[in-house]
Ligand binder design. Structure first.
Ligand code: GLP
Length: 257
């Protein structure tokens, strides 16, 4: 794993946009995430699209997860959120933005269908946020490290964390469809972004804790190309920071993140 520490959220977003830009130029399949962590990155990519002509026209997008019971037109569905925060503002074809079907007669089948569609593509880069309990996508603690897209019940803490996007906590769906930890790891490059002190403990467990289903993000330790891009606050509980900074300062020439 590569641990990259930047001064603040803005510097994290700029670095993340630099990394994603390279994949966009190749017309790669982009794995995208919702939540507040990637928003500044999306804004920077939108700026580059508008001001510098960065094009996404050959890209397609696969989303990590979706709430069960929310129509794709619901403002808080992840299908709608990614369009509002990013896809509607760049030149990605709408029909090439894929999400698990939040509303279907058979959510178990919808999960299998999404997994099949996803497996037919090679995701070049997967952008990830992290929950305060170490979840990625909606893979809550105790998720199998080998899980595929499936139906999950949210942890009450996640419902509480995500209630800020809804009028009341009761409106947050209790179930979701999420790519599994093995589905996520099929992407060529995993880029996890986290900022703020609230994420420091989850980052400590992800980077320096054991590989464990209790911290789903720790499965990035199994991936040959994982970048953990964090600000000083999110890095504040790491113990090996001197080495991470040293390695970043001495990055071999011609080696991209
Ligand atoms: C949700 C999403 C995750 C996201 C997490 C953290 O639970 N399913 O993909 O990483 O929230 O969100 P935030 O970035 O807002 O802290």
């Amino acid at each position: 794993m590569e641990i990259v520490i930047r001064k603040d959220a803005q510097a994290v977003a700029k670095q993340a946009a630099d990394i994603i830009e390279k994949y966009a130029r190749e017309g790669a399949v982009l794995g995208l995430a919702t939540g507040s962590s990637p928003i500044a990155t999306y804004q920077e990519l939108i700026r580059r699209h508008r001001e510098e002509g960065l094009s996404f026209k050959d890209c397609s997008v696969f989303m990590l997860d979706e709430y069960v019971g929310l129509e794709p037109t619901h403002e808080q569905s992840y299908a709608r959120t990614i369009r509002r925060e990013f896809a509607d503002h760049v030149d990605i074809e709408d029909s090439r933005v894929y999400s698990p079907a939040g509303v279907s007669e058979d959510p178990l089948q919808a999960a299998r269908d999404y997994e099949r569609k996803l497996a037919a593509h090679h995701v070049g880069i997967q952008l990830l946020g992290i929950g305060t309990n170490g979840h990625i996508g909606f893979n809550e603690p105790t998720s199998s490290l080998n899980s595929l897209t499936r139906l999950k019940t949210l942890h009450p803490q996640t419902i509480k964390d995500n209630a800020r996007f809804f009028d009341t906590a009761e409106e947050v769906p209790t179930h979701v469809l999420t790519q599994g930890l093995a589905s996520i790891r099929r992407a060529g490059h995993l880029l996890l972004v986290a900022t703020g002190e609230g994420k420091a403990e989850a980052i400590r467990q992800t980077v320096e804790g054991p590989l464990s289903g209790m911290c789903p993000a720790s499965c990035l330790q199994l991936h040959p190309h994982a970048t953990i891009l964090i600000d000083e606050d999110a890095a504040s509980k790491l113990t090996f920071t001197e080495y991470y900074r040293y390695a970043d300062d001495h990055k071999p020439e011609n080696q991209d993140y």
